[in-house]
Design a protein around this ligand. Structure first.
Ligand SMILES: [Zn+2]
Length: 73
C-alpha cells in the first residue's frame, strides 16, 4: 500500500498532531519512515506498517514520485 511513498509526499494522518495539523511530509525513507509535521516541524520515525495504519490519504505527491531515475539536466 505504501510501497510507492516518495520523499516530499504530503500525507494526511487519521489523528491530528497536538499542534492541530494532520499533514506530514515524508522526509526519510528506509526501514523506518521519517515524517515531518507541517504545522510545527516536529519529526518522527515510524515503522512502515505502523505508518500505513496511521495514514488516511496521500494529499500531494513529491518531486521524486517518478519510478524512473530523475533525468540529469
Ligand atoms: Zn505538529
Amino acid at each position: 500500500m505504501l510501497a510507492d511513498l516518495s520523499l516530499g509526499d504530503i500525507v494526511q494522518l487519521r489523528k491530528p498532531h497536538p499542534c492541530g495539523s494532520r499533514e506530514w511530509e515524508v522526509v526519510r525513507l528506509g526501514a523506518d519512515i521519517g515524517i515531518q509535521c507541517q504545522g510545527c516541524g516536529h519529526r518522527i520515525l515510524l515503522e512502515r506498517r505502523d505508518l500505513a495504519k496511521r495514514i488516511k490519504t496521500i494529499l500531494h505527491r513529491g518531486l521524486n514520485a517518478s519510478h524512473s531515475d530523475a533525468p540529469k539536466t
